[in-house]
Design a protein around this ligand. Sequence first.
Ligand code: C2E
Ligand code: MG
Ligand code: MG
Length: 749
Amino acid sequence: MNEPPPGSDRSSALGRLARSEPFLRHDLEGCLRAVTEMASTVLGVARAAVWFFTPERDAIICRDMYAAASASHEQGLVLRAEDHRAYFDAIEQDRIIAAHDAKTDPRTADFGPDYLVPYGIGALLDAPILYHGRLVGIVCCEHTGGPRAWTGEDQVFAASLADFVALALAADETRKAEERARAAERRWRDLFENAVEGMFQMTVDGRLITVNPALAKLLGFASPEAVKAAVANARNLFADPEVPAELDRRLPREKQVTGYEAQVLRQDGHPIWVSLNVRGIYGADGLFELFEGSAQDITHRKRAEQQLAHVSLHDGLTGLPNRTLFMDRLAQAMRRVRAGQSEAVAVFLIDCDNFRLVNNTLGHALADRMLVVLSRRLRAAIGPGDTLARLGGDDFGLMMEGPMEPDGAMRLAEELRQSISEPLELSGHDVFPSVSIATALDHGEREHADELLRDLGIAIHYSKNQGRGRCVAFEQRMRTAPLEALRMQTDLRRAIDRNELELAFQPIVDLRTHQLSGFEALVRWPGGARGPVPPAVFIPIAEESGLIGPLGTWILQAACRWMRGWQDRLGETPLSVSINVSPVQLARADLSDAIEGVVAGTGVDIRRVKLEVTETAFGQDVDIVSSRLATLRDFGFAVMIDDFGTGYSSLSRLHRLPFDGLKIDQSFVQAMRTDADCRDIVRSVIALGQSLGVEIVAEGVEDAETGAALAKLGCRMAQGYHFARPLTAAQADAMVAQMVAGPVLLPAA
Ligand code: C2E
Ligand code: MG
Ligand code: MG
């Protein structure tokens, strides 16, 4: 093989190489094999190889070696730079190495014992492979036998083969890049075709260039082609014609618009919600070329959002607007009134009477159904422009805007009330719904909707106090009352703490002798800056707020302490003190403890203390009240029924109650002189008392005639301005001092 093959024209060989299969196919491995074979054939060398540097450039690795003798290829030999310094230094010069006598050539001599000798190599011709101007490897031709004088043509040919390798590398790189591009394209196609998101490209004037199957499906078409055929201008797909213009405005500025939510029309004309991502694509000239983007169907989410918005503003049971929405609409209406755009707002608060009772007797489910029926009736009774809402629980709110007079509002409320109150049947139960309605008008005087609703709340409270099934119009004076009560409660608490309360003592007289028999203790609140407050005003407040506990104890204590002082001075002379006990106080569990404490603490003689309980206390459960009264009597107190005749206690119930005396209410006593009926009542009460063997006290005796008449009817005791007004404690004390000396006669001469 040392002879060049016949007719081997080197340039035609290179031409053949350039047209060979591997070169045309960009097949690097094939190219390298072709190169080594051609080097061996054309140069007539035993072996030819292509070596490449490792990335670290500390070695070269054989990528292909052709051995002519065996006509075989092998790969993988490694030559390290550190083992062959001279050789590596030489090839790094980027020049061809023509070692005519390899064993003596200083560049290749050190290959001798390990390589040249065993393979019988006499001469080496190495051509550098330069790629992108950089040495990446060599083409190496090994001549066996003795030395060989490499000709200039040999060297040029070897260098040409090295250039071919560089070309093959470049082609390989291109192929790889193309493959990568194709893979990327495939991946993208894949994405595009199979994406769940709709994807598109479109021109500035709205022509669709590409559409993926998902977008076609989203728009209700069978295929992307069908979309392109049917949609001449994609801008017309938007339900809102303003949308494309807005995107046109935003895109040049923002380059990319993401998460833009809009409604688009499907093929069947149905609107759906989509979330759009759109960006503008600009050409190399910087001019706008096309839009590209994706669209996602968010109709479900939108619907959920809208439902959520609805739910958060509506009542689940009746479907009516809830308090939040009502307040919002009310505030808007009030703003319009203030701005002079409408005349007035009328609001109605509709409250079911005894709803708790309905709940307890019918159960929640039926009570709920009743509310639904009521809401339907209300809705049927009002106009389309009015807002009806469920404000919570059993409260409905109604708002009307426009001209309205107080009389008109009340008439309307009454009509509503009647239309709602029709009986209804719920699962076999006849239900007679009853509602109370409060109305209030606003002509722009209030700033906030809250104020209007608060006024309604006050009015409904008033209406409830008057009984069920009423309509009440809010009045300004109602507003101060609860506030004043609250303020009074605070002041009263402070007055109790500071011991600012006082006791008055009103004498009770024996009608046969006109002698002082006892005192009724009456609490007094000087009231500080506000002036004296009558007990008829502050006792109910104390009862409502729970202050009656400490207040009652204070009264009991103060009265017993005075009595203790007087009993010490009077010895055996009889004198009693009557103390009022409120029904609320009577119902408190701690009453017995309080009494026990006071009795023990003051050392009062219990037989001198009478407790007055108003007849209204017996409106409650008779058994409970009688057991309470029994407890008090067990202590040794006498129990008097106060204000007798005003409450509900029927005479038949009376004998079941443990008591020691009756106080005839002053309204009967005062009317006795003019009203025969009242005289009859007083007479029968006295007779009843005599038959039961209890003490009778007449209250409110303001003149001598009445006193005389009572005495004639057999009434033993009396109390009233005719005998004495309530006295200060000091005056009462002075009267006791007088009594020690002898009987005190009243009225005083
Ligand atoms: P009451 O227990 O029936 O007290 C009698 C009320 O009639 C007292 O009014 C007394 O001043 C008034 N009065 C006495 N004689 C006459 C008269 O001839 N003509 C007129 N017009 N009135 C007369 P007061 O002190 O204003 O007490 C009103 C009510 O307040 C009492 O009615 C009682 O229910 C309650 N109250 C007063 N003090 C206390 C108390 O210490 N504890 C409790 N729980 N309630 C009290
Ligand atoms: Mg009394
Ligand atoms: Mg009384």
